[in-house]
Structures are given as structure tokens and as C-alpha cells.
Design a protein around this ligand. Structure first.
Ligand SMILES: O=C(CO)[C@H](O)[C@H](O)COP(=O)(O)O
Ligand SMILES: [Fe+2]
Length: 220
């Protein structure tokens, strides 16, 4: 499965959004974190920023919706130009209906699981999703330490996906750095979100290249 690096713009210089997106043109996806201060105790931005990111980004837009009632809001993010829309299992009412709606509009559909959420309820509906996001921090903030205890879930999910013959991507998000990416790659993740590690580095593109090399080295 291809290795994908998805820098999060959460802690970038958002006043210079176009320039910040240009810095990561060697990455695969630009990860945009939408937070509503209901599902998570933090507030970021919504549809207009996705539209702006889509307009200026050299790479596709990966919208991570940390919002209540994604059933109501997610389709608007596809309309705004998101190429992939991920909603949280803990927030959605009708995951199958919403995934089908997102896919029907031409975007990839992702299911996000917070660290304490297990995959058991979703095993039979994995084929409804293009990606499962296993959060490796509690959602809400950048710069938190990586939760290694999520790795058994990633490994189990990789095994289930392989047994079912699916192509589902496994994304990890939160605390991914040059020190932690190997564990996630070894467990079976193939899509790596990194916020602080990329945007706090002196050379964002070099950090993307380094993360990619490490993920390749440790994936199997
Ligand atoms: O979804 C998120 C937080 O809820 C962010 O994508 C994530 O935290 C990225 O930032 P960092 O790499 O600094 O942890
Ligand atoms: Fe995220």
C-alpha cells in the first residue's frame, strides 16, 4: 500500500495560507482540521477555509471534521472542494448513509476513531470507507504526545482489511514525528498526518521527505 504523508496546517501561519501550502508541495495531502468547540474543546475554521485551501493548494485536501452532527455538515465540505472528508464515529448518527453521500459526491470518505473507540462496531461496514483514521492523540489540539497504546488497534485493523481484500487506507493523526512514525508504519498505517513535526521544522519539505523515508523503511 502506498505511503502517504499528510501535513496538518493546524499550527501553520494561517495568515499566509497559500505560502504554507506551497511549502508542502512534496507531500501527498494537505490535512485541514475542522473543530467546532462542541465535539472537541477547540474552535478552528469551516467551509471558507476549505475553499481557500482548495484554491491555493498544489496537493489534494484532506478534511478532518472534529464536529458534532457531521451528518448535517460533511457534504458542504465536499462542495467546498475537499477531496477526502473524514468524520468521527463518536459524532455521526448514520455512518453508512453519510459515507455513501460523500462518495456519491465524488470525494473519499473517512471514518475517524478517537483513541478509546474500538473498531468492533465497524468491521462489517469497512467497505463503506476509503480510509479509517486512528487518532493517536485525543482530538482537539496539535502538539500532543503520540499515544503508542493505539498501535494494537492499527495492527488489528490492517489485518482485518487484508483479510477482507480491501484497499482501505489507515491514517494516523497526532504526535507523528521522526521519533514515532516507525511504530505507526510497523503497525500497518500508510497515511501519516504530521502537524508540528512539519511546520515547526526549519524546512517543511525536508521534514516531509524525512517522514516519508522513515515510513517506507518501517512499513511492510
Ligand atoms: O487532528 C488533529 C488534532 O486533533 C491534528 O491533525 C493533529 O494533532 C496534528 O498535529 P500534531 O502533529 O502536532 O499532533
Ligand atoms: Fe487531524
Amino acid at each position: 500500500m502506498s505511503i502517504l504523508i499528510s501535513p496538518s496546517i493546524l499550527n501553520s501561519d494561517i495568515g499566509n495560507l497559500a505560502g504554507e501550502l506551497d511549502k508542502i508541495s512534496n507531500a501527498d495531502w494537505a490535512h485541514v482540521d475542522v473543530m467546532d468547540n462542541h465535539f472537541v474543546p477547540n474552535l478552528t475554521w469551516g467551509v471558507p477555509v476549505i475553499e481557500a485551501a482548495k484554491k491555493y493548494s498544489p496537493i489534494p485536501i484532506d478534511a478532518h471534521l472534529m464536529i458534532a452532527d457531521p451528518d448535517r455538515w460533511a457534504p458542504g465540505f465536499v462542495e467546498a472542494g475537499a477531496d477526502s472528508v473524514t468524520f468521527h464515529a463518536e459524532a455521526v448518527s448514520a455512518p453508512i448513509r453519510l459515507a455513501r453521500e460523500i462518495r456519491g459526491m465524488g470525494a473519499r470518505a473517512g471514518l475517524a476513531l478517537s483513541p478509546a473507540t474500538q473498531i468492533d462496531n465497524y468491521i462489517d461496514i469497512l467497505d463503506e470507507f476509503d480510509m479509517v483514521l486512528c487518532m493517536t492523540v485525543e482530538p482537539g489540539f496539535g502538539g500532543q504526545p503520540f499515544l503508542a497504546n493505539v498501535m494494537p488497534k492499527v495492527a488489528r485493523l490492517r489485518d482485518l482489511i487484508a483479510k477482507k481484500g480491501l484497499e482501505t487506507w489507515i491514517q494516523v493523526d497526532g504526535g507523528i514525528t521522526a521519533d514515532t512514525i516507525a511504530q505507526a508504519a510497523e503497525a500497518g498505517a500508510n497515511n501519516f498526518v504530521a502537524g508540528s513535526a512539519v511546520y515547526k521544522a526549519e524546512d517543511a519539505a525536508a521534514s516531509v521527505a524525512q517522514l516519508r523515508e522513515l515510513a517506507h523503511k518501517h512499513s511492510h
